[in-house]
Design a protein around this ligand. Structure first.
Ligand SMILES: Cc1cc2nc3c(=O)[nH]c(=O)nc-3n(C[C@H](O)[C@H](O)[C@H](O)COP(=O)(O)OP(=O)(O)OC[C@H]3O[C@@H](n4cnc5c(N)ncnc54)[C@H](O)[C@@H]3O)c2cc1C
Length: 355
């Protein structure tokens, strides 16, 4: 009976836990090594800004595992011996396996930037969750959101309408915010942020972020009470420390197997899909789940392994607070209450599968 070890209960592995019966029928003994709770990023800005309850995006992995007769080791990965096929946990347990899959997400990247203590990062989400407590403790707080991509825009917009927030500043190193959005959608967002009093600073490369100020490349410093780092996502440092990848992630082929280790899979944000660069968005983690399941079933049956084909254009919906959202798919976009209602419906439907 091959031992299958699933490390991290990210999007793909939640799918595998929910389909564990197919895996055990195929002959696997399934174990999951993960913290008890999974937090869904689609609702992270809303929970951080306090516009929905703090546990609105929370999945109880223990309850899910129990429902599907899967053994959950409530711990985190700290060591991995690929040759000896053994994982070590932070708590000191050793877990032997025949096949391992990693789905441990990402962390906020801070390329070329000095980041001091007390700066909050958008990932892991536990850091972002601390924002609500910091805001409660700091009336009329002045916030600096560093990074004018989709996540930074979403958070700046959302926080600007949160009661108790003083000022919000959004800092972007490039000439415009939302550089990968359609130009008219970008202009719509700029107008919205302006109307909500968000100070948008473009062409403002940040050299250092500290608890009370940011330092810009041109020598200026700008003060704040709370800083949020939203400068993109990178693989967790653990990936490099374990020697199975680098800041780009664990290198995998189209079959989601490690380029040199066919018994090691990696999915979602922690994987580096070597055939083509993939954005670190939840849709890949969700869609890779069914490919991973099919791959494990195929290898048990001695059949050819399926491959992952990324979707050309994925739908992304920003939650901008105050009941409005911006939906984008390729060059098409749509702003308003209906876009946010669609997002909430998609989020609720996905969460309901695992609750
Ligand atoms: C504020 C914000 C909003 C976002 N909104 C969206 C959105 O609306 N739509 C979208 O598509 N994408 C969104 N993203 C991107 C999205 O967060 C990621 O692409 C997605 O979460 C990746 O899924 P994943 O399954 O790879 O990892 P995750 O969802 O991060 O799950 C990884 C899991 O692994 C666990 N883990 C971590 N380390 C270990 C370890 N050492 N051992 C065991 N377990 C571990 C973690 O606790 C976590 O539960 C957003 C990101 C942020 C920061």
């Amino acid at each position: 009976m091959p031992d299958l070890l699933l490390v991290g209960a990210g999007h793909s592995h939640l799918h595998l836990i929910a389909h564990a019966r197919a895996l055990t029928t195929a002959g696997y003994r399934v174990r999951v090594l993960a913290p008890r709770f999974f937090d869904y990023s689609g609702l992270a800005s809303a929970t951080a800004a306090g516009s929905v309850p703090a546990d609105a995006g929370r999945i109880d992995v223990r309850a899910l595992a129990q429902r599907h007769d899967v053994e959950l080791v409530e711990d985190t990965l700290s060591g991995l011996d690929l040759r000896g096929r053994c994982a070590t946990t932070t708590g000191g347990s050793r877990l032997a396996y025949d096949v391992v899959s990693l789905n441990i997400g990402s962390v906020a990247a801070a390329p070329g930037m000095e980041v001091g203590d007390g700066v909050l990062r958008v990932k892991p989400l536990s850091d972002l969750a601390a924002l609500a407590a910091r805001l409660a403790a700091t009336p009329d707080a002045g916030l600096s959101v560093v990074g004018g991509g989709s996540t930074g825009i979403e958070l700046a917009a959302h926080l600007s309408v949160r009661a108790g927030v003083g000022t919000v500043r959004l800092l972007e190193s490039g000439p415009e915010i939302g550089a990968d959005l359609p130009p008219r959608a970008r202009r719509r967002l700029v107008r919205l942020l302006d109307r909500r009093g968000v100070e948008v600073c473009v062409d403002a490369p940040v050299r250092s972020v500290g608890a009370h100020q940011v330092g810009l490349d041109d020598g200026r410093t700008l003060g704040h009470d709370i800083a949020l780092l939203a400068t993109g996502l990178a693989a967790p440092r653990l990936v490099s420390e374990l020697g199975i990848g680098d800041v780009d992630g664990i290198p995998v082929t189209t079959s989601l197997q490690h380029v040199d280790q066919p018994d090691t899979y990696a999915v979602g944000d922690c994987a580096h899909f070597t055939p083509q660069p993939l954005a670190r968005i939840g849709v890949h983690g969700v869609r890779q789940g069914s490919v991973l399941l099919a791959s494990l079933l195929a290898r048990a049956a001695g059949q050819p392994l399926p491959t992952y084909t990324p979707q050309g254009r994925a739908l992304a919906i920003l939650d901008l607070g105050d009941g409005v959202g911006l939906a984008v798919r390729g060059r098409l976009w749509w702003y308003g209450g209906a876009a946010l209602r669609l997002k909430r419906w998609i989020d609720r439907r996905w969460l309901a599968r695992y609750r």
